[in-house]
Each structure stands twice: as structure tokens, then as C-alpha cells.
Design a protein around this ligand. Structure first.
Ligand SMILES: *Cc1c(COP(=O)(O)O)cnc(C)c1O
Length: 397
């Protein structure tokens, strides 16, 4: 038996690569503070659990393949609060945003076509493109520029006739950038000129810590027919386990494609859809409260960074991550050293190596991603462990 090359070649997700080592450290009696996985630690709102209790007995049938009405209507109402006026039948319920991304790529790219990514990007993006035989071009954004989108000529320089789509997350995982209107307009002009589809992954839309409002590509009317908007309950409602997301588009051809793909998958869990639909009764105060918690963690993190020597970072504006450049040759070695050879008062830290967030070889090798989905005390202690570790790390530059 042979496992297919395209799967064999898939890297192990960098957020999971060192879990074995972390478990081994725990076996030795250490506490490992995990700043690696981007999964909200706050409780899922109780509307979710109440709705689960309401599920009637009887036969659990296949749901409507494109999503149950309650869920599509709930997402429609959620979007309408932000002036995003999709009709319920423009909205396709997917198994998390990940399935929405797979659908969008499947619908838009043939093998050998090109997807444009903005690097650093969410690593699953280039895993999927790899799996689907889709080539990647990347636009590099940098900490020195606060990860701003470069001008259109940089995009033109990457253009190729095989390019079919642009996939990006906004707010951005892993660097926390919340794109300004002008940046979205740059991308939109380029996409419009070459008739590319914009796949906008907005799973962090509620996690914006800037004073300016979050702006969705939806607001740029010119590009609306070329747009797929992705959303998910995972981050928005601290409900990663539900695996419920949505893909929305008003483009007739894409809607037909999504319908076929949903039908082929026979829909996603009806139970989870009804429970997530009930989360639409959660009001804005919920998100305000959540933002306050993350805002405070973010400040604590930035305060800790400001005291660390020889690191470089850009203040994250949204999501719940920060990319940090360390004074080391290789972040992976440092991460392993933290787990295997270092601790402070019985504790050590697991963080994510950043090289996988880049397409361009060499970039990110001395960077880590920190996720602040842990309690503030743990976060502060974890950052102190990193600081102390860097001071004595043998591979320090
Ligand atoms: C976490 C994450 C996802 C995955 O979302 P699911 O709805 O859980 O599939 C997608 N995109 C980005 C940018 C993420 O960080």
C-alpha cells in the first residue's frame, strides 16, 4: 500500500508539530503553557447548549445540503447587522471555514492554476493548494511595514495567466493585521483587472482592536461579483468543535458550484447547525466583553515584549496572534530547546514556528507565532519564560 505523494508531502501542521515533545515534558512533571494553538479558551455562550437540549427525538435525517434554513437565516441576519446584504440562499453552510476554503478553491481553480496568497498566511492555505495541485504565488508583507499590503505593481509582478484567485485572512492570522480600505482597494483593483476571485476569510472579524471599524471586501461594490466571504462559529463564538462555518457569494456561477459541492458532501451536522443558529441570539455585548478580555491580554503581551531585548514584532491589530522575530538562527530549534531543556519554576512554553506561514523559502525561520488564547497570568509567565530562555539559549545570535 502506498500513501499518495501529495499527502505524504503535506507537512505536519506547525501548531501540532511539537505536541509530542510537550506531552513528554508534561510526563517529566513540567507544566507546559500552550501559546501555540489558536483556539479561544473562553466558554461557548450558553445559547448553544440550550439549543442542543431542544433537539426533538425522531429520525436524524440528512439536512438540506446547502444548510438548514435557521442557520442560513441566522448568518444572513448577522451579516445584515454590518450592512452585508446577502440573501439566505447566497449563504452555504460548511464544515467550518476550512470546508468553505476547500469549496472555493475547488470551484475556482483547476490543477495547475495559481492561487495568490499574502504571506505570512494561515498555513492550511498552502496545504490545501498543495493537495489540490494548485500553484502558489505570494505577496510578501513585513513587520517593518506593519504588514501593510504593498502597491499594485507588486501584485502585477506576480501576475500570471494561470492565476485564478486570491485567498487571504482579514484580520490576518498570523500577524494580526486589520487591512485598511485602501489596501483592500489595491487588491480589488488587481482582482478586477484580471477577473480573479477574492476569497476573503473573515473568521476573526469580531477581533478588531483598532479604533477603526473592520472593513470587509463586501463594502467594495466593484468586486462583489468576484467575492466569496468566509465566516465560522469557531473563533466568533469560541466554538471550534461545532465545525460550522459559512461561505457566501452572490455570483450565480459560484453559487451553482457551491450547491453541487454541498450536495456531494450531503450537508453538515443538522444538530450543530441548529445549535450554532441559536448563537445568533447572542448580542453585540457578548463580543464587546470578549474583545475586552483579549484586549487586556494583548496589552499584557505588548508590555512583556517591550521589555524583551533584541526581538522584533509589530503590534497586532486584530485576531489573537503576534509574530515575533527572535535573536536565534532557527526558531524550531529554540522551541524544542524550551520543551526539552528549559523551564522556570516547573513551567515551560510551547509556541508555533513561523516558517510555515511563508511561501518564500527562508522567511520566518527566526520567527514564532504567539497565540494569546490563554489566561493573562499564564500568558505573562509564559512570556517571561521565553525572555529568560533567550538570555541563556546556546543558539542565541
Ligand atoms: C482557525 C482558522 C480557520 C479555521 O476555521 P474553522 O471554521 O474552524 O474551519 C480558518 N481560517 C483562519 C485564518 C483561521 O485562523
Amino acid at each position: 500500500m502506498n500513501v499518495a505523494k501529495r499527502v505524504k508531502e503535506l507537512p505536519v501542521s506547525p501548531t501540532r508539530r511539537y505536541l509530542g515533545m510537550a506531552k513528554a515534558a508534561e510526563k517529566r512533571g513540567l507544566k507546559v503553557i500552550r501559546l501555540s494553538i489558536g483556539q479561544p479558551d473562553l466558554p461557548t455562550p450558553r445559547e448553544y447548549f440550550e439549543a442542543l437540549k431542544q433537539i426533538p427525538e425522531g429520525t436524524v435525517r440528512y439536512p438540506n445540503a446547502t444548510g438548514i434554513d435557521e442557520m442560513r437565516t441566522a448568518q444572513q441576519a448577522y451579516y445584515a447587522r454590518y450592512g452585508i446584504n446577502y440573501s439566505a440562499d447566497d449563504i452555504f453552510v460548511t464544515a467550518g471555514a476550512m470546508e468553505g476554503i476547500r469549496f472555493a478553491i475547488t470551484a475556482v481553480c483547476n490543477p495547475g492554476d495559481i492561487m495568490l496568497l499574502i504571506e505570512p498566511f494561515y498555513t492550511n492555505y498552502n496545504m490545501i493548494t498543495h493537495l489540490f495541485g494548485v500553484d502558489v504565488r505570494a505577496i510578501t508583507t513585513r513587520a517593518e511595514d506593519h504588514y501593510a499590503i504593498p502597491d499594485e505593481s507588486t501584485f502585477e509582478a506576480q501576475y500570471d495567466e494561470r492565476m485564478k484567485a486570491i485567498l487571504l485572512s482579514n484580520p490576518c492570522n498570523p500577524n494580526g493585521r486589520v487591512y485598511r480600505r485602501e489596501e483592500l482597494e489595491t487588491i480589488a483593483r488587481f482582482a478586477k483587472k484580471h477577473d480573479l476571485v477574492i476569497i476573503s476569510d473573515e473568521v476573526y472579524r469580531e477581533f478588531n482592536f483598532t479604533p477603526h471599524p473592520f472593513i470587509s471586501f463586501y463594502e467594495l461594490e466593484d468586486i462583489r461579483e468576484n467575492l466569496v466571504l468566509l465566516d465560522s462559529a469557531s473563533k466568533k463564538y469560541a466554538a471550534c468543535g461545532t465545525r460550522i462555518g459559512t461561505a457566501a457569494t452572490s455570483n450565480t456561477e459560484l453559487k451553482q458550484a457551491f450547491t453541487k459541492l454541498c450536495q456531494m458532501n450531503l450537508g453538515v451536522s443538522s444538530t450543530e447547525q441548529s445549535a450554532v443558529a441559536a448563537l445568533s441570539r447572542v448580542d453585540e455585548r457578548y463580543h464587546e466583553g470578549v474583545r475586552e478580555i483579549y484586549r487586556s491580554r494583548r496589552e499584557a503581551m505588548l508590555h512583556a515584549f517591550s521589555k524583551m531585548k533584541d526581538i522584533r514584532y509589530s503590534e497586532p491589530e486584530g485576531a489573537f496572534y503576534s509574530l515575533v522575530k527572535l535573536p536565534v538562527d532557527n526558531a524550531e530549534n529554540f522551541i524544542q530547546w524550551l520543551l526539552n531543556d528549559f523551564s522556570v519554576d516547573g513551567e515551560t512554553v510551547l509556541v508555533t514556528p513561523a516558517a510555515d506561514f511563508y511561501y518564500t523559502p527562508g522567511l520566518g525561520e527566526d520567527e514564532i507565532r504567539i497565540s494569546y488564547c490563554v489566561e493573562e497570568d499564564d500568558l505573562v509567565r509564559a512570556l517571561r519564560i521565553i525572555e529568560k530562555g533567550l538570555a541563556v539559549y546556546p543558539g542565541r545570535k
